[in-house]
Ligand binder design. Structure first.
Ligand SMILES: [Zn+2]
Length: 350
């Protein structure tokens, strides 16, 4: 009840997600650190891109990044990330096992990467640039028309920004934070929460710019194996993004390649694509609302989405913390790599 009242009070603000995030930060006190990565303007308004860090800053411990709101229309991704942060903050008040976990783990949150786009209800940022097509990386092969990224016009969707221009402020800020907070670590996982594709929840790993496999295929395969063992009834389809379509300018391909350039650094960037077509199927009126295509509009459905990812986000933290116990090495790694090639690259697309 209190939650519902609070939510309706917050929706009176033009960007309730930022207000909610600030409230969670305030509730956390000294357990976390708040940083403004940059400011963005949309019309007369200015919005901060906020990052939250908690846990052990020692570069020897593994890290996990939780990212949302890269696309301004996909508010449910931001909601999932803030709900997870809120849950951790509340647990920090009494849960000594979480305190112990955070002695061995660094956590980084950027729940609203694109506040300007969210405030004006567009996928792109206020400059019309799709932040997930904005990194300096070109696809190897033909990409699907428009969706794969285009430089024709910022008035068309999936605009990459002008050729040769620096990255947009929001993408550059996110990349800077990942470089600083995660790429100096031996092992990190990032979960970037989106919505919009199909009816099933998908977990995409790189590459998006080529159908070649990543060098850390064995690690992703082992990650999926332990997920299957621990949560045998999970409903995520884990697959390389290239299995669905190729795209230019993918931020996580870019950061993954930056990680490859570092010695002793493993970064597994995972994109959670929540299957929003199911919400439309169950409530077809949503089709007539731009927000409704990408977000569950009915409150009980929204709550179910927030609940359903909690166990998985917690699993990701545990997996990162204990990576040395499940990441394969030597001959086992070769075997896992081969099995993964058969699983994802030699079969027919799902
Ligand atoms: Zn998205």
């Amino acid at each position: 009840m209190a939650g519902a009242t609070l939510r309706s009070a917050l929706t009176a603000s033009p960007l309730p997600e930022l207000a909610e995030l600030e409230q969670v930060i305030a509730a956390a006190g000294s357990h976390l650190q708040r940083r403004v990565l940059c400011d963005v303007e949309s019309g007369p308004q200015r919005w901060p891109v906020l990052a939250v860090t908690l846990g052990n800053p020692d570069p020897a411990v593994p890290g996990v990044g939780f990212v949302g709101g890269v696309h301004g229309l996909e508010r449910i991704g931001t909601d999932v990330v803030i709900a997870h942060l809120r849950s951790l903050v509340m647990r920090l008040r009494w849960d000594s096992s979480l305190h112990r976990q955070l002695e061995a783990l660094r956590l980084v949150f950027v729940p609203v990467v694109n506040p300007g786009g969210m405030a004006q209800a567009t996928r792109a940022n206020p400059n019309g640039v799709d932040l997930m097509r904005n990194a300096p990386i070109d696809a190897d092969d033909a990409v699907p028309f428009l969706v794969g990224g285009q430089r024709r016009s910022s008035r068309l969707p999936w605009y990459r920004g002008p050729a040769g221009a620096p990255m947009e402020r929001e993408s550059a800020a996110l990349c800077g934070l990942v470089e600083e907070e995660l790429l100096g670590r031996p092992f990190s996982i990032v979960v970037d929460c989106h919505s919009g594709f199909g009816t099933r929840d998908r977990v995409w790993f790189p590459y998006a710019h080529t159908s070649r496999p990543i060098p850390h295929l064995a690690e992703v395969y082992a990650f999926e194996r332990i997920l299957e063992e621990v949560h045998p009834h999970h409903r995520y389809i884990v697959e390389p993004q290239s299995r669905q379509y190729l795209a230019h300018g993918d931020l996580w391909d870019h950061l993954y390649r930056r990680a490859l350039a570092r010695p002793q650094c493993t970064l597994l960037p995972l994109t959670l694509e929540m299957g929003s077509w199911l919400w439309v199927k169950k409530n077809p009126r949503q089709l007539f609302s731009r927000q409704g295509i990408f977000n569950p509009l009915i409150e009980h459905r929204r709550q179910r989405v927030l609940r359903s990812h909690t166990a998985w986000l917690d699993f990701v933290m545990r997996a990162a913390q204990s990576h040395r116990r499940w990441v394969p090495e030597g001959a086992a790694r070769e075997l896992a790599h081969e099995a993964a090639l058969s699983r994802w690259y030699r079969g027919t697309p799902a």
